[in-house]
Ligand binder design. Sequence first.
Ligand code: NAP
Length: 270
Amino acid sequence: MDLGIAGKWALVCAASKGLGFGCAQALVAEGVNVVINARTAGPLQQAAEKLRATAADWARASGQKPPQVIAVACDITTPEGRAAVGGPGVNVDILVNNAGGPPPGDFRDWQRDQWMAAVDANMLTPIELIKAVVDGMAARGFGRIVNITSSAVKAPIDILGLSNGARSGLTGFIAGLARSELAAKGITMNNLLPGKFDTDRLQATFVGGAAKTGQTPEAFRASQQALVPAQRFGTAAEFGAICAFLCSQQAGYVNGQNILADGGLYPGTF
Ligand code: NAP
């Protein structure tokens, strides 16, 4: 299916690897130009090269010129970082909000600084970026905003209190804004909720979990996988494909939703 978004510009945050990279790659594979960012320049440039190879594949298959890939090394959770991703001066048609997740822990240990860092990264940064691009989207009559949040919004995990709190704040904000006057201007805003996806972040949580339970990381990983009805972890490519569909012309009537991708792990009917 042609998603009808070739030639559009996307800003995909936190995209040198993992879920953000999966989203960027799926968009480039549809002929979308991308601005990607991450803090560490080396892996970001490597990611940009991979995306340029995908862009070349798309160009060969479509007979059109390849989509552009611009990489901006910066911390998206800072005002300077958000200004830097605006530097290339493109009209953003698609915004994929993403950043690292807050650390796990015991809420008794978290002070105001830890809370503000989580709220900055996982609630206020996406809101600031939406503020920066949404009026341009409205003027052009097309906009797609996808926020990468977490299955923890639907099924909170006790040790992830910083994430549960900050991401739920964003979820509530999006629920209101998605249904504002912007909906009639061709703009959709949806949240994409990953369950267990096989990324470096997931692997890092296994190391922590193994240390706590006295298992090897491999044994802990296997025990976590066994919990998922699909009996496997998701891939960044699968996640990216869902994101690309939410950004498509065809998804223009999907708005204000929380789309869970977790291999069936969440046990509820709704
Ligand atoms: P990952 O594989 O560790 O990748 C994180 C990416 O974000 C990297 O490219 C990293 O590059 C970049 N990044 C992190 N902090 C950044 C910042 N402040 N500014 C710019 N770029 C930044 O993580 P992931 O698994 O894809 O997770 C992505 C998000 O989904 C996280 O918020 C995570 O909590 C959430 N999530 C993931 C899962 C899962 O199963 N994987 C499940 C639920 C929720 P640099 O380090 O170089 O900046």
